[in-house]
Design a protein around this ligand. Structure first.
Ligand code: NAP
Length: 454
């Protein structure tokens, strides 16, 4: 019986998805005494997932984690295969021929719908598309956002909603020196957006955003954060909720904002609470968003929004729904439809409660879209620990040969992008950016990235 995890026969792990959870997992696999070879696949030529395509351009520090990922990529037992779509260019079954373990770190690539009438009207968008668009993600390059509208509604009270609201609220000159995509800068420069309503279905004590994001909202030149004092009158359960280390400062900052008023500001970000979206209205495009007013029921830390039957209509020309991401199914892997994740226990993928040996997951496709980038590290480590402890019992793959994988992909006409290739694309983006006084100007189409290599 072949012993996996030795110099003679390293454990062969395919990591599918080159975002933070994939890189955290790869780093830990490569450090293990159980010798591993890690081949990482991503559907885009460029690695780093949400670090590249999700983090807001005015948060450059968060992106610096990619420096650590570069070190992992330098490891002699690591290879990167970008521009390869698993499930299309190579199937999960085919990968199993070449790898002892498959680790899916493919994230949550889509958004949760609101499921209300009018959601598909022009002017109604997902936050994910706006975020992808301003970050130059090829999937969203051709999105069109009509920023000639004065009033915008952002549904949701998480950090993504805050990113969207902040990018809409910032004077464009504040963004020029960031790595925001040039096409987004052009559109934002002509923006007529004045009122940005950030709308939560629960109250001020249940916001999901974090303190730095809230504080930034008060530091935008020409923009006032607005909160009605009545929204900060807490009942006993809410008082318990804001009396926690995480919420205390957030509640204090909201209190400060409630005293500002916002009159005379060029732009306002209005925080609105206890409103659930029920309909988007408009003849041909969004003209207003209708919300049902809620009250909270249930115990502290488990309070739910209950509709009162009363509604409020907010006139607006644009709506961004920012109510959470969702994983997408991958042929050959079980999928939990309700939660939008791969069913698993501690990262071991399961089918109807039965573990599928050799299939693992980590990150948002494992636990759902929660936490900051660093939260993926312990999550990935948990899965890696299980992969390593399973190594003795895993069935060795029949063809432990990375060159054979590349031959198969090459035979299908797939232009595989190596990490060295990526470094060339990276250098070209940085050079483009320097010319414009920015840290980088991303290529926003896959063809443009590949053209750098030709
Ligand atoms: P999130 O933090 O889960 O927030 C989702 C928001 O949508 C919540 O306010 C939620 O309200 C609301 N919501 C859910 N379903 C709804 C519905 N049917 N109708 C109305 N509202 C609804 O999600 P996110 O903002 O997409 O962020 C995802 C993760 O990425 C989070 O962990 C976030 O912290 C992280 N992130 C971090 C940063 C950063 O560190 N700077 C930036 C971006 C994202 P309830 O609370 O009532 O469910």
């Amino acid at each position: 019986m072949t012993m996996l995890g030795t110099h003679e026969r390293p454990l062969r792990v395919a990591v599918i998805g080159a975002g933070p959870s994939g890189f955290f997992a790869a780093e830990s696999l490569l450090r293990s005494l159980v010798l591993c070879r890690v081949d990482m696949f991503d559907r885009l030529p460029a690695p780093y997932g949400l670090v590249r395509g999700g983090v807001a351009p005015d948060h450059p520090k968060i992106r610096t984690v990619s420096k650590t990922f570069e070190k992992t990529a330098d490891h002699e037992r690591f290879s990167y295969f970008g521009n390869v779509t698993v499930g299309r260019d190579i199937t999960v079954d085919e990968l199993r021929r070449f790898y002892d373990a498959l680790l899916f770190t493919c994230g949550a690539e889509t958004d949760r719908p609101m499921g209300i009438p009018g959601e598909e009207l022009p002017g109604s968008h997902t936050a994910t598309s706006f975020v992808g668009w301003y970050n130059g993600h090829p999937d969203f390059r051709d999105c069109v956002f009509d920023l000639s509208q004065e009033a915008v509604v952002v549904v949701g009270m998480g950090n993504v909603a805050m990113d969207v609201a902040r990018i809409l609220a910032k004077p464009v000159d504040e963004l020029r020196s960031t790595d925001i995509a040039e096409h987004a800068l052009d559109v934002l420069a002509g923006s007529r957006v004045r009122e940005i309503h950030v709308v939560g279905r629960r109250g001020a004590a249940q916001v999901k955003f974090t303190l730095p994001e809230l504080k930034e909202m008060g530091e935008i030149p020409g923009c006032a954060p607005v909160i009605a004092p009545a929204d900060l009158e807490y009942g006993p359960a809410c008082l318990e909720e804001i009396n926690t280390p995480g919420m205390k400062r957030i509640a204090e900052v909201m209190e400060e904002y409630s005293r500002l008023g916002g009159d005379g500001a060029a732009r306002r970000v209005r925080f609105r609470f206890l409103l659930s979206p029920v309909e988007l209205r408009g003849g041909g495009r969004v003209e207003s968003a209708v919300f049902e007013k809620n009250r909270l029921t249930g115990p502290a830390f488990g309070q739910k929004a209950r509709g009162t039957g009363e509604t409020e209509e907010i006139p607006c020309g644009l709506v961004f729904r920012s109510i959470g991401y969702r994983g997408v199914p991958l042929p050959g892997v079980p999928f939990h439809e309700r939660d939008g994740v791969f069913p698993n226990t501690a990262g071991r993928v399961e089918d109807n409660g039965r573990t599928l040996p050799g299939l693992y997951c980590a990150g948002w496709i494992k636990r759902g879209p929660s936490g900051i980038i660093g939260s993926n590290k312990p999550d990935s480590l948990e899965t890696v620990k299980n992969i390593l402890s399973d190594a003795v019992s895993l069935a060795p793959c029949p063809e432990p040969d990375t060159a054979a994988v590349l031959r198969l992909l090459g035979g299908r006409g797939v232009r595989v992008v190596s990490f060295d290739d990526w470094r060339k694309i990276d250098a070209a983006e940085i050079a483009r950016g320097q010319a414009a006084g920015k840290p980088r100007e991303r290529f926003t189409r896959v063809d443009e990235m590949l053209a750098v290599l030709d």
